[in-house]
Design a protein around this ligand. Structure first.
Ligand code: F0G
Length: 427
């Protein structure tokens, strides 16, 4: 078997580690998976990845493992835990383009993954690594989607899973998934950031494998959103990729994906990343706007988009590196902007959960400000399925969300059961 040199490297002090179950360097820095570029340069090509498109079953039928050499070259077939996932569609819709004022917009719908969010892409790689390492228990803190995904993949792998969620703060669709797939669910009396620090402490103390995006293998899997997008666009970069930003795993992963694609000669131009935060949970935006070099956390984050209700994002340093590398930007949007953008995405037939709509709301705001040009090509990442948070959708259409005046409410009409009444309301 070929010898492949893969290591984990601290982004702060540069110390390298063999790929074992660690998530931070001794100095506290975040770890990157360092791929074996010499091996990759010999091994991978557009032709190789395109030839795997005809596969339907795992591993190569997965939109993650199709790029196996780039996401985890060390894992064996028997350790791969895959549904399979990925292969999500790009949607173009006039309504969205008009709303944004941009001629060419694609929505990449990550809500089409097996558990309804992009998390499955990082989870298949993280869970396969847990198996490769012989771990017996896995854990995560979550605003909902990570827990839903981890619960499903742990059950497939036959591992015990424990999720730490902020009490009463996650959407019902997500909580129901974690329970149904069989995780042990621990509700923490606090917010996501409290749950996140508790799970880090607990996993280290109790020998549990941590599957948040602080785990560098999760980031490796999420790079595939960009690999797949580029493949769908015939390996031609769009001008912009906009992405909702919470714990900043995706932003980090996209930057790493582009660095690798560029180094391997797959693309000439690197797309600019626009990371979009909710106004009430905007520490990364504040840092960016204030041109500060350190992040100050938001103590009591508040937004209707519970998935990105995060005040102290773990991966901010990697995300900042990604924004700088791609010459990108960070933006913030209000809950009103999020919910109106969601109504546009929903009524175009695509649909999404609130956090996902931040990518479209943010792109519109950047277009209005002239940062994104009308003729530029924009891909907005839709991170989660519309069914994840039906309460938010219903409450919007019933005008029941405090502080939000829906631009396009669509409230049902109640009638007597007769044809006349139907005639009257249909007109
Ligand atoms: N969109 C959705 C639907 C999410 O669930 C998340 C994160 C994000 C966007 C933000 O992505 O963290 O990579 O910046 N959800 C995590 C969770 C935190 O626990 O499910 P990010």
């Amino acid at each position: 078997m070929e010898k492949i040199k893969v290591s984990l490297k601290c982004m702060d002090c540069g110390k390298e580690y063999a790929p074992v179950a660690i998530y931070r360097c001794g100095c506290g820095g975040l770890l990157d998976v360092v791929p074996d570029m010499e091996y990759l340069k010999k091994k991978v090509s557009k032709g190789l990845f395109d030839s795997r498109l005809k596969e339907r079953t795992a591993p190569y039928g997965s939109g993650i493992w199709r790029f196996r050499e780039l996401v985890h070259p060390l894992v064996s077939d028997t350790d791969i835990v895959s549904r399979p996932e990925g292969n999500t569609n790009l949607y173009a819709h006039k309504k969205v383009e008009n709303y944004m004022g941009v001629d060419s917009v694609y929505l990449k719908h990550e809500g089409e993954n097996p558990t309804g969010s992009f998390k499955d892409r990082g989870m298949t790689v993280g869970m396969s690594e847990a198996k490769r390492l012989g771990m017996k228990k896995v854990a995560c803190a979550s605003t909902g989607n990570t827990s839903a995904s981890m619960a499903a993949y742990a059950s497939m792998a036959g591992l015990k899973s424990i999720v730490f969620i902020p009490e009463g703060e996650i959407a019902f669709g997500k909580l129901s998934q974690a329970l149904a797939y069989g995780s042990q669910v621990i509700q923490v009396k606090g917010n996501f950031d409290d749950a996140m620090s508790l799970v880090q402490e607990s996993s280290t103390a109790l020998g549990i494998y941590l599957l948040n995006s602080i785990n560098p293998w999760r980031v490796e899997g999420q790079k595939s959103i960009m690999f797949e997008m580029l493949q769908q666009l015939s390996w031609k970069s769009p001008d912009w990729v906009t992405v909702p930003a919470g714990n900043l795993g995706n932003t980090s992963a996209f930057g790493k994906a582009f660095e690798e694609m560029k180094e391997l000669g797959f693309i000439e131009e690197v797309p600019k990343i626009a990371a979009i935060q909710a106004h009430g949970a905007n520490p990364f935006y504040s840092m960016w706007k204030g041109m500060r070099s350190e992040l100050s956390s938001v103590k009591h984050p508040k937004t209707i988009a519970t998935a990105i209700k995060i005040g102290n994002p773990v991966s901010w340093k990697k995300a900042l590196r990604a924004i700088k590398y791609t010459n990108g930007v960070v933006e913030e949007v209000s809950d009103q902007e999020i919910m109106d953008a969601k109504a546009v995405i929903d009524s175009s037939g695509v649909g999404c959960e609130p956090a996902s709509a931040a990518s479209v709301a943010g792109a519109k705001k950047l277009r209005d400000a002239g940062v994104i040009g009308k003729k530029e090509e924009v891909v907005c990442i839709i991170t989660g399925n519309i069914l994840k948070d039906p309460d938010a959708t219903i409450n919007y259409h019933f005008s029941r969300i405090e502080g939000i005046k829906p631009a396009w409410p669509n409230k049902p009409t109640v009638i007597e059961p007769n044809l006349e009444a139907v005639r009257k309301v249909i007109g």
